[in-house]
Design a protein around this ligand. Structure first.
Ligand SMILES: [Zn+2]
Length: 382
């Protein structure tokens, strides 16, 4: 039998609550959670820390292949582990665009070799990320659960209708990029009843979008959506990101959407860029290594529980990806993060380990410090 690792003395927290207890891990899975004595081979003392399911990011840009001067798979995954993420979903807007099963599989194989984060490699829904010629969605759905033209909006109603129908037929998730946001989200929601597609609305930023989402959910439509740290924190800020930074009223509305369950997931849209590319006007923020520090601070300031944060950052993304992960339960994947929950720091862009340090949030207060990130039962960040 392989070794049993005992994670002891932490406060345990997941969607279902906070409680004391030990977590025993074997063969990459959680073996037992509780307070009763259980045999083990090795112990990691987590006294004073909070142990949560590790985070899953449904929206990451690793820039690999082809744009590795901004980030590569290894540097991006090391930044993700530092941020408490065990699983990232890499978007397809690389060079070349990820639009064939071979390109998906090449990245998956490299990720397996690295043994850092788990990887879901999204594939493009249209050749060249355009809403013209569809990719081979049947073939792609055998190697990836996610298709996305992220970075580009799908303007063609016909293309979107066919994509939603294909998602129902082949079982993949569509992650959307909606600009203009309200118009595109309204169109996609209107197509859901006739297509029964699997829709995940990417990076919502506007309070009116949230209103549309609430109304659609109240009508019984089934879909999911996500919000990014910069759309909860940033306002009146001149920094290029897509969708743009909006107002304090939007921040407050989106936080309310996190609290009341209208918004399903916390994602990052980690979008590393070199200083030269930012100067040329490219959109995006490098954030995966401190995203949790912003989420935790904002949730704490607004009286939203750590259990709700865990649900949005781990449990719900796992469910969307069809994984048995995101909860501290026997039989679930042993992807875990140990956090010093009361640690306060201030973001220093120069200290970031991502290859790119593009962020408008230097000096922002962050809450919580990641002490260990465990993936498949292995300590991969300490
Ligand atoms: Zn996008």
């Amino acid at each position: 039998m392989s070794e049993i690792l005992k994670l002891s003395k932490a406060l345990l927290c997941d969607r279902d609550g906070e409680r004391p207890g030990d977590v025993y891990v074997q063969d990459g899975k959680i073996l037992y959670v509780g307070t009763e004595a259980h045999p083990f081979d090795r112990e990691l003392d987590l006294k004073g820390l909070t142990l949560l399911p590790a985070f899953i990011d449904l929206h990451t840009h690793l820039r690999d292949p082809g744009l590795t001067y901004k980030e590569d798979m290894e540097s991006g995954m090391r930044a993700a582990l530092k941020g408490g993420y065990a699983h990232v979903c890499a978007m397809a807007n690389t060079k070349p665009v990820i639009e064939t099963p071979a390109l998906v599989e090449a990245n998956l194989q490299r990720a397996r070799g690295l043994r850092l984060c788990r990887l879901t490699q999204a594939a493009a829904a249209g050749l060249g990320l355009k809403d013209e010629t569809p990719t081979d969605r049947q073939a792609l759905s055998r190697v990836t659960p996610m298709l996305s033209n992220d970075g580009q909006t799908i303007f063609s109603d016909e293309f979107m209708r066919a994509l939603l129908l294909d998602s129902a037929k082949y079982g993949f998730l569509i992650s959307t990029h909606c600009q203009p946001e309200r118009m595109t989200v309204a169109r996609d929601l209107a197509l859901l009843p006739e297509t029964h597609g699997r829709l995940h609305i990417g990076h919502i930023s506007h309070r009116d979008t949230l209103r549309q989402i609430r109304e659609a959910k109240a009508r019984g439509l089934r879909f999911s959506c996500e919000v990014m740290p910069h759309h909860l924190l940033g306002h009146d800020l001149d920094y290029k990101v897509n969708p743009p930074i909006r107002s304090a009223a939007d921040n407050a509305a989106l936080l309310e959407g996190c609290r009341d369950g209208s918004i399903d997931c916390l994602s990052t849209d980690h979008a590393p860029h070199s200083p030269e590319d930012k100067q040329k006007g490219m959109a995006g923020i490098s954030n995966i290594e401190y995203a949790f520090g912003i989420f935790l601070r904002l949730f704490r300031e607004n009286g939203i529980s750590l259990c709700r944060l865990s649900e949005m950052a781990s449990c719900t993304p796992a469910r969307i990806l069809g994984r048995k992960a995101g909860l501290l339960r026997a039989g679930y994947d042993a992807d875990l993060v140990a956090v010093d929950i009361n640690a306060v720091s201030y973001l220093d862009p120069d200290a970031m380990i991502s290859r790119s340090h593009n962020t408008p949030f230097g000096g922002e207060k962050l809450l919580g410090r990641i002490q260990y990130t465990i993936v498949e039962g292995e300590i991969r960040y300490a």
